[in-house]
Design a protein around this ligand. Structure first.
Ligand SMILES: [Zn+2]
Length: 219
C-alpha cells in the first residue's frame, strides 16, 4: 500500500512542476511578443514626436544682444544693475543712467526684434526724465511675457575702471533675477576694468553688453 501511494504522488508533483513551467514559458513568450510589437510600431512614433517637439521649441527660441554706454560725471549717482554703488561719479543720462539694465533692456527687445531702448523710451520725453531703469526693465519684461516668452538665461558684461564692482555682484544678480522673473543661477554678471586704456580706462565712461536667451513659455 505505501509503495502504491509513492508511485502515484511522485508523478503528480512532477506534472505540477511541468504544468507551471509550461505556463510560465507561454506567458514569457506572449510578453516578449507584445513588447516587440509595441517597439516596432510605437517607438518610431515616440521618437518622431520627440524630435518634432524639440524642433518646434528650438525654432521658437530667441537670442538677443544689447549694448549701452554712458559718460561718468560728478554729481550723479552710479547705478549698476539696479544697485546704487558708492562712487564720486555717476552716469550722465536722461534716466537714472543704469548702463547695465539699459543693455539688458536692449537685449530683450533685440531678441524679439522690437527695436532698441531709445525707440520705446526716448530721451526726449519728459515721461522718462530721471526714471528708475528698473521700471524700464519691467516694461520690457511685460512685452516679453505678452509675446509668450520667458528668460532662459542671461549673461552680462560690465566695463568700469573704478570703483570695484565685484563686491556688489551678488546683490546685482539677485536684483536682476527678480526683475527678469528667473532663477539667480540663470543670471551671470561679469565685470572688468580696461587696464587704464580708453574712455573706460581713464574713468570717463562705463559700458555694458548683454546676451539673453528667451524661451517659449507654453511649450
Ligand atoms: Zn543707457
Amino acid at each position: 500500500m505505501p509503495v502504491f501511494k509513492a508511485n502515484h504522488t511522485e508523478p503528480d508533483i512532477l506534472s505540477g512542476f511541468f504544468f507551471v513551467g509550461k505556463r510560465f514559458l507561454s506567458f514569457s513568450r506572449r510578453l516578449f511578443l507584445a513588447v516587440s510589437s509595441v517597439s516596432r510600431t510605437r517607438l518610431p512614433f515616440f521618437c518622431f514626436s520627440r524630435k518634432y517637439y524639440l524642433c518646434r521649441v528650438m525654432k521658437k527660441i530667441r537670442i538677443g544682444y544689447g549694448y549701452d554706454v554712458h559718460r561718468l560725471v560728478e554729481g550723479r549717482r552710479l547705478w549698476i544693475g539696479g544697485v546704487s554703488i558708492e562712487s564720486p561719479k555717476g552716469e550722465a543720462a536722461h534716466s537714472d543712467g543704469d548702463v547695465l539694465l539699459h543693455a539688458v533692456c536692449d537685449s530683450l527687445l533685440g531678441a524679439l526684434a522690437l527695436g532698441d531702448i531709445g525707440t520705446h523710451f526716448p530721451d526726449t520725453s519728459d515721461e522718462f526724465k530721471d526714471i528708475d531703469s528698473k521700471e524700464l526693465l519691467r516694461r520690457c519684461m511685460s512685452m516679453v511675457k505678452e509675446r509668450g516668452y520667458c528668460v532662459g538665461n542671461i549673461d552680462v558684461m560690465l566695463r568700469l575702471e573704478r570703483p570695484k564692482v565685484k563686491p556688489h555682484v551678488p546683490k546685482i544678480r539677485e536684483t536682476m533675477a527678480a526683475l527678469l522673473e528667473c532663477d539667480i543661477e540663470d543670471v551671470s554678471v561679469k565685470a572688468t576694468t580696461c587696464e587704464s586704456m580708453g574712455f573706460v580706462g581713464n574713468g570717463d565712461g562705463v559700458d555694458a553688453s548683454s546676451v539673453v536667451l528667451l524661451l517659449p513659455k507654453n511649450d
